[in-house]
Design a protein around this ligand. Structure first.
Ligand code: SDX
Length: 434
């Protein structure tokens, strides 16, 4: 137990006329927990918590969220301050190392990322094997998993090797993403360049061409860099929990990150930013103002949800959505940039925030509601949106993996269950079956 966690008076659980004493703790921000580590051995009972909404899987010092107050901090720093003053590489360093870097540390880290941005030339053939139109998340998951074949991980991971692997993943995820895009449009690959910093390098790999001059727009670079900052970590979300689960078996880190990419792909998690744009485009195509769609989203039988709204933890505004909305205004009001979907998004938000269905369920815009509009303004194709989310989340996934594997002990994740299937029965020969 970390020394920053304090012990409270034990909780008394009465089961079948017997009292059991369960330790309780309080974290540095006041979260209280009942320690049920010995519950089953003491009582024979397990707990049941569908979706783990009430279950703490671990202690962590990386990110703090207060869903009721709309607070998000990376290593104690408010997300609003990091989005306003920092850059993604600096935030990645903060998440991975625990403190903001000084100038020398930042320069060294940034240079190391740049030097680690090339993938093995023999990996290029993989891209040609994917069918045209393959979803980039499927390509990303496959390519990241295959990194373990090109860069085998030694049994004993020394610090230098681990640092290199972390730099490879934070840096090469951009290269794999950009290469998968270039392959999908049949254009020649554009390599990373020592001339550019992290986000500019990614945009240049995506949109430059040997025969087309590509000018980096500082506003676009800033908006994408801020997007990556806002997505860099988010505590024990679905994909990070998948990383910790896979990591708890001591699988190699490339496989562990692949687990995170797979979970992020789902439309209720990282895939939501793509679904938001599809929703806005559909409303635009139907010529509606969103009222009809919102009525459908309120009707369970419609199978539709207001994508980009609601959150497992935030029962107030998602602070990231607030920051993104401000940047949307700035980016989409640039001369020559006019996206009718922004007006539809604003209209949907305005209607939903006055509608008791959403108010009573504490459904507010989340990080995905506005993020897709920024990516569209940058020219990122919609099917790449979740890939951008993965690029942003990479340092967060790696920080959680590191925190777990370097913790006091790595306990393999193995939840229990309540069995509700057939009771004992014996095999019958097929001739006896009806
Ligand atoms: C991310 O966990 C993280 O931190 C994730 C994330 C991160 O940074 O890693 O923040 C990123 O995944 C953001 C969320 C992106 N997903 C979406 O925008 C998809 C749309 N949202 C929903 O599917 C939903 O809100 C969830 C999945 C995000 C949260 O689901 P909850 O909290 O489990 O809510 P629920 O499914 O229990 O629903 C509670 C009620 C239900 O109605 P009732 O049964 O009470 O009548 O709210 C309704 C739901 O039907 N509801 C919605 C809704 N979300 C919930 N109704 C319409 N539209 C919605 N979007």
């Amino acid at each position: 137990m970390n020394e920053n966690i304090k012990v409270l008076a034990p909780a008394i659980l009465t089961l079948e006329d017997k009292d059991y004493s369960l330790p309780t703790y309080i974290g540095v921000e006041g979260e209280k927990a009942i320690d049920i580590t010995k519950l089953r051995s003491q009582t024979g009972y397990v707990t049941l918590d569908d979706g783990y909404g009430n279950t703490g899987a671990c202690e962590s010092a990386i990110t703090y969220i207060d869903g009721e107050k709309g607070i998000l901090r990376y290593r104690g720093y408010p997300i609003e301050e990091l989005a306003a003053h920092s850059r993604f590489v600096e935030v990645a360093y903060l998440l991975l190392n625990g403190d903001l870097p000084n100038s020398d540390q930042l320069k060294h880290f940034s240079t190391h990322l740049n030097q680690s941005s090339i993938i093995h030339e023999d990996m290029h053939h993989f891209f040609s094997g994917f069918p045209r139109g393959s979803h980039p998340m499927g390509i990303l998951a496959t390519m990241v998993a295959s990194l373990s074949t090109f860069y085998p991980i030694p049994e004993e991971l020394d610090e230098a090797t681990e640092t290199q692997i972390v730099a490879n993943l934070v840096s090469q995820v951009r290269t794999i993403a950009a290469f998968s895009y270039k392959k999908s449009i049949g254009e020649p690959l554009v390599y990373p360049s020592i001339k550019y910093k992290y986000t500019s390098n990614f945009l240049n790999m995506m949109f430059a061409s040997p025969v087309r001059d590509y000018q980096l727009d500082p506003d676009i670079v800033d908006a994408i860099d801020m997007f990556l900052i806002l997505h860099a970590d988010h505590e024990q979300n679905c994909s990070t929990s998948s990383v910790r689960t896979a990591g708890s078996s001591l699988a190699n880190v490339y496989a562990v990150i692949t687990a995170g990419i797979a979970a992020l792909w789902g439309p209720r998690h990282g895939g939501a930013n793509q679904e938001v744009i599809k929703m806005l485009e559909q409303i635009h195509a139907e010529g509606g103002d969103g009222t009809e769609f919102i009525n459908q989203a309120k009707d369970k039988d419609s199978g539709r949800r207001l994508m980009g709204f609601g959150h497992r933890v935030y029962k107030n505004f998602d602070p990231r959505a607030q920051v993104l909305k401000q940047h949307c205004d700035k980016l989409l009001n640039k001369p020559g940039v006019n996206d009718p979907l922004l007006d539809i998004a604003r209209r949907l938000e305005e209607i939903a925030l006055k509608d008791d269905y959403f108010i009573s369920r504490k459904l507010y815009p989340n990080v995905d509601f506005y993020s897709g509009l920024i990516l569209r303004a940058a020219g990122i194709p919609t099917n790449m949106f979740t890939v951008l989310f993965a690029i942003g989340r990479m340092p967060g996934w790696l920080a959680h993996w590191r925190e777990m594997v370097h913790g006091d002990q790595v306990t393999i994740y193995r939840p229990r269950q309540i069995y509700m299937g057939e009771t004992l029965r014996h095999y019958q020969d097929i001739t006896q079956r009806t």
